[in-house]
Design a binder for this molecule. Structure first.
Ligand SMILES: [Zn+2]
Length: 308
């Protein structure tokens, strides 16, 4: 299956693939470390990795059932880390259930590390981009049909105990379990993650987009659907977020989230146009522009308001 490259465009390596999300690339230092690790691991094969992982998980399950979580929080005191971890576990379950129809998802054998940063410098060093552009970033690494690294970096300096970017970034991590062989299209990946942002944040994105549309600065539907990378300019990124979110909400509102995921699966196989026709009876990419006029409600999934 064709793999849609994610930024940064990495050399194609047979053993593993790295993707990053959230508007930032993987930090150069971490990227170098990862590539060195890959070179070191090139003598190993996927089945060895799997065997090691299963053995360690078996130990954890039998000896320390209480420690058997899916998420590890790093960079803050134990009490705040515990609160964040509990919140993140709940969002993980909600995202699996709402987006992938998995009410009882399998545990992550490779836990998701959430790294909190208290300064812009620390965030920038880890992520390679400023928190002024995006306050969270997700890094994923793949080996064969497995995710071998799950990492979220977020700014932890906001007013809430739970950093504001966590829910959004967790959606990217959850989606990776389904889109293991090829990343979903950028607009779909971002649009789905944005559904988990607070209603205020989502309304802000919607306003950015509608303002750009009035000024003739939005993408045409075919151009948005074909976009392979995040726009480089931060002003364009804002429009991209708002426009992607509007399209995802509109398509989900026409059917449901399960249909939307099946549509994305089919789009990877038979092309966007054929998949739109099959799942939504939309016969031309241009017709998708109706999404901009028939604005779907912000809380398309009916997510419960979450206290932080
Ligand atoms: Zn995102």
């Amino acid at each position: 299956m064709h793999r849609v490259p994610n930024p940064p465009k990495l050399p194609v390596i047979a053993v593993a693939e790295s993707r990053s999300r959230g508007g930032h690339g993987v930090a150069k230092a971490r990227l170098t470390a990862m590539l060195l690790a890959l070179l070191a691991a090139s003598a190993t094969n996927a089945s060895e990795i799997r065997a090691d992982e299963e053995a360690s998980v078996a130990t954890v399950t039998t000896a320390h059932p209480a420690a058997n979580g899916n998420i590890v929080v790093v960079g803050t005191d134990p009490s705040r880390a515990a609160t964040i971890r509990e919140h993140a576990e709940a969002i993980r379950s909600e995202a699996f259930s709402q987006l992938l129809g998995r009410a009882d998802p399998k545990p992550w054998l490779v836990r998701c590390e959430i790294h909190l940063h208290s300064s812009a410098e620390s965030f920038e060093q880890a992520v390679g981009g400023s928190p002024a552009e995006a306050r969270g970033a997700t890094s994923l690494e793949f080996s064969g049909d497995r995710v071998v690294t799950r990492r979220i970096d977020v700014m932890g300096d906001g007013p809430g105990i739970v950093p504001d970017a966590i829910d959004h970034e967790l959606v990217h991590v959850v989606l990776a379990d389904h889109f293991i062989h090829a990343a979903p299209p950028r607009w779909a990946d971002e649009g789905l993650a944005l559904l988990f942002d607070t209603p205020e944040k989502q309304r802000g994105h919607e306003a950015d987009f509608q303002d750009a549309r009035r000024r003739g600065l939005a993408w045409s539907a075919p151009d948005l659907l074909a976009l392979e990378d995040y726009p480089a300019e931060s002003a364009r990124q804002k429009i991209f977020y708002g426009q992607s979110a509007a399209l995802v909400r509109w398509l989900i509102a026409r059917r449901d989230a399960a249909t939307f995921i099946r549509f994305l699966d089919d789009a990877a196989q038979v092309g966007m146009e054929a998949a739109l026709d099959r799942h939504y009876a939309i016969t031309s990419l241009v017709s998708v522009s109706s999404a901009w006029k028939e604005v779907a409600p912000i809380n398309t999934l009916g997510l419960s308001e979450r206290r932080r």
